[in-house]
Structures are given as structure tokens and as C-alpha cells.
Design a protein. Structure first.
Length: 423
């Protein structure tokens, strides 16, 4: 497995799609494995209890196909195989091969209902755009920018920015729709991976080369050719690419991370994380370099003060702050203190034995080796740094609320009750 990776929070204008792939577990049996970028939640019942998030609430999908939605668009359903949450509602694939839609997008769905492929087998989407396709190669892409009908192909990935969508087809070509100035009218693009800022797109082709399009000041213009690129991370108006050899290249708005520091060029980088306006690079020797908006995590002196010379193991970005884990399992954070950039209010014992961090826009969930977790950041959106939750299987962070799924199947909801903070 390649140890290099890039991450970007959904708030940066990045996308939102989930799929399941088949793999083998340690005993050789097939199992479902999730591949995801951050944002709108796609979940299937094959993996046990699942929690999907939409902008206005959450949905619980159980193994028996029942769904319970809560927040602004509450309701129940049966016979559901998969579900996606978006900005304006929910779309679900039933066990019988039909499409169900709830919320404000119901009106949008009426315009394209006659074009929905027969016997659909999969759905995917971003917060504003959805894809419905079947095994025969018929595919419908629809959302606020309109719709597109495809035949004898399928969509492997979809990305959105604020004004356009881009999708990778099985042929390797990229389909774009939306505003031309922001990437919606581009043709003759091929890629296997897509990335986005708020107003531009970037794609990595199978040979590791990069193509960019959309608003030039937001990353739509690549200053020089790039090759052997492994992955790309984004802020709202800049991209950073990580090469197979561990080199980083940034472009776009310099105040939003579009110019990486010379100091990072002397090191081999293994991970890039981002907030809305800053990047953080983790080197193979455990050093952290940051750049971009100093308020939102790009101040090197603030990062150094939080890390205090310790070796770092990983780093993640929310919308306004970074959080990381040291080699000895301690939590560190920097950026906007109100939204997760400070650990001052977290009890010292909660900072230890950290194994992973789930990042949201304004809150972080800190997971520890004893299956406990602490959620900190914006108190209005679920942050409660003094409380330790136990027997935690996973944490799902929505727009203004947090859901904790425990191993016994029970849920703990935090944050704004109107957005799912109360079940």
C-alpha cells in the first residue's frame, strides 16, 4: 500500500462521493471496503448499521433495510439498499431497484424522473449533484446545473465546486457541466482522479500528469507541467500536488495556500492536509510544514508551538484548523481556537493514546485506543471537550451536528437539534 495520501475537507469546495469495493479480509473472505472523500454520505446496508449525513440532518440505515431520518427532513422508510444525503434532501436506492427521493430535491427529481435508468444498481453524488446508473451502462447525472444522459459507460467518480460538476467516465474521459468560467464547459480532458477548489478543477491522468481548468486564480491554471503525481489536496482557492517521490507543488491564490514554502522542498513529504485556506505537509521524518492563511492553520510558528518539537504521525484538517497525532499518541492542534485549533479546554487525559481523528468543518472527534472518543471545537455544532464517550465504533460529523455510533448500535447525537443534534 502506498503510504502517501492527500486530504481535503468538504468545506473547501471539494467533492463528495462514496463507493464500496470488494476486497479480501484476513481470513480470505470477501468484504466491503469503503473508499471515500469527505462530504455527502453514501451508505449501504451491507456493512451493518450505517449513518449517512446530509446538510440538514442524518439517516440511519440498518441491515434489514430500514431507514430513519432525523433533523429538518425526518422520516422513515423500508426496503432501502443505499442512501445519499445532500444539500437539499436525500436520494435512496431500494432493494427492488427503484429510486426514492425525499426533501426539497423532490421537485428537481420530477424534471428528470422519465430519464432515470431502468433497474438502477448504484447511486453516488455530491452535495448538489447525483448519479444514478445501471449494469447496462445507462447513467443519469443530475443536479442544480441541469442533467446529462449517458449510454454504454458509467461514472467512476464525481466532483463539484460551487458552480460546476466534473465526472470521470469509465472511458477515462471527463464530463463537465455547469458554468463555463468555473470548469463546466471544458472538453478533451482525461483523468482517473478529480479534485476541486471552490471555482476550479484538477485531474490526475493514469500516467501521473495533471490538467487544471476553471477559474485561474482559484487553481484553474497550472504554472508548469506536473508528472508522476500521486494525489492532490485543495483549499477554497488553491491546490497542492504530492508526487510519487514526495515533492510538493502548490498553485492558485497565495493567500489560500497557492505558494508552498521553500523550506518544505528539502524534505520528502508523505501526507498533505488542508483547511479552507491553508495546507499542512507531513514529512517522512515527522516534521510539519504549513502555509496559507495564518488564521486558519497556515502559521508555522503556531504549528511549532503546538507540536513542541515532537515527531508527528498524522495530520488532518477541518475548515479552520488542523489537528494531528504525535508518534507517542498525543493530540496537538493549531488554527482557529474556536473551531478546533486549540486543546486548552480538553482534559489532559483525553489528549493521550489517540489513534485517529475524524475531522469536520468546525469540530474534531478524537479516537483513543480504548474505543473512547472526545468531540471538541464549536460547542454549537457538537463540541464538548470535557466529555468522554465510550464503546465508540465511528463518528459521523454533519454540517451543524455530530452522531456517535456505539458498538451496541446505540447513537449519541450532539449539536444543533434542528440539524440532527437530537434523535
Amino acid at each position: 500500500m502506498n503510504s502517501k495520501f492527500c486530504a481535503a475537507v468538504a468545506a473547501t469546495g471539494g467533492a463528495a462521493w462514496y463507493c464500496l469495493r470488494r476486497s479480501k479480509n484476513r481470513t480470505g473472505e470477501e468484504q466491503d471496503e469503503e473508499e471515500a472523500t469527505l462530504s455527502a454520505g453514501y451508505r449501504t446496508k451491507q456493512r451493518g448499521v450505517e449513518i449517512a449525513e446530509g446538510d440538514k440532518g442524518f439517516a440511519r440505515l440498518d441491515t434489514d433495510g430500514t431507514v430513519k431520518r432525523w433533523g429538518m427532513q425526518e422520516g422513515d422508510a423500508e426496503g432501502i439498499a443505499a442512501i445519499i444525503g445532500g444539500e437539499a434532501g436525500w436520494i435512496a436506492l431500494t432493494e427492488s431497484g427503484e429510486i426514492e427521493v425525499w426533501g426539497e430535491i423532490k421537485e428537481m427529481e420530477k424534471e428528470v424522473s422519465v430519464h432515470i435508468p431502468k433497474n438502477p444498481t448504484s447511486i453516488m453524488g455530491t452535495k448538489r449533484t447525483f448519479v444514478i446508473q445501471n449494469k447496462e451502462g445507462f447513467c443519469l447525472l443530475w443536479g442544480i446545473w441541469g442533467y446529462s444522459l449517458l449510454e454504454k459507460t458509467h461514472i467512476a467518480e464525481i466532483r463539484s465546486n460551487e458552480y460546476a460538476d466534473a465526472a470521470v467516465l469509465s472511458t477515462g474521459k471527463v464530463l463537465t457541466i455547469g458554468a463555463d468560467a468555473y470548469g463546466g464547459g471544458k472538453t478533451n480532458i482525461t483523468a482517473t482522479k478529480l479534485y476541486s477548489t471552490s471555482q476550479a478543477f484538477a485531474g490526475i491522468d493514469k500516467d501521473g500528469t495533471v490538467q487544471c481548468w476553471g477559474d485561474q486564480q482559484s487553481g484553474g491554471l497550472l504554472p508548469a507541467p506536473l508528472t508522476s503525481i500521486h494525489c492532490i489536496s485543495s483549499t477554497t482557492q488553491a491546490f497542492t500536488a504530492l508526487s510519487e517521490s514526495g515533492e510538493v507543488t502548490s498553485w492558485g491564490d497565495p493567500t489560500r495556500g497557492g505558494k508552498s514554502p521553500d523550506t518544505v522542498k528539502a524534505f520528502k513529504v508523505k501526507q498533505i492536509a488542508s483547511t479552507k485556506s491553508a495546507f499542512a505537509a507531513l514529512t517522512t521524518c515527522g516534521k510539519i510544514f504549513v502555509w496559507g492563511s495564518k488564521i486558519f492553520g497556515g502559521a508555522q510558528d503556531k504549528a511549532d508551538m503546538a507540536i513542541q518539537g515532537r515527531t508527528m504521525k498524522s495530520v488532518v484538517g477541518g475548515a479552520f484548523a488542523f489537528a494531528g497525532i504525535t508518534d507517542d499518541g498525543c493530540l496537538v492542534a493549531w488554527g482557529d481556537s474556536e473551531f478546533g485549533g486549540s486543546t486548552a479546554d480538553i482534559p489532559p487525559s483525553h489528549l493521550l493514546n489517540v489513534t485517529s481523528i475524524t475531522a469536520g468543518e468546525r469540530v474534531f472527534a478524537v479516537h483513543r485506543s480504548d474505543a473512547s472518543c472526545t468531540v471538541y471545537g464549536s460547542t454549537e455544532r457538537g463540541g464538548d471537550p470535557t466529555t468522554k464517550y465510550h464503546n465508540v465504533e465511528r463518528v459521523v460529523i454533519g454540517l451543524r451536528a455530530v452522531v456517535i455510533l456505539h458498538f451496541d448500535g446505540t447513537l449519541t447525537c450532539l449539536g444543533d437539534r434542528n440539524f440532527g443534534g437530537k434523535l
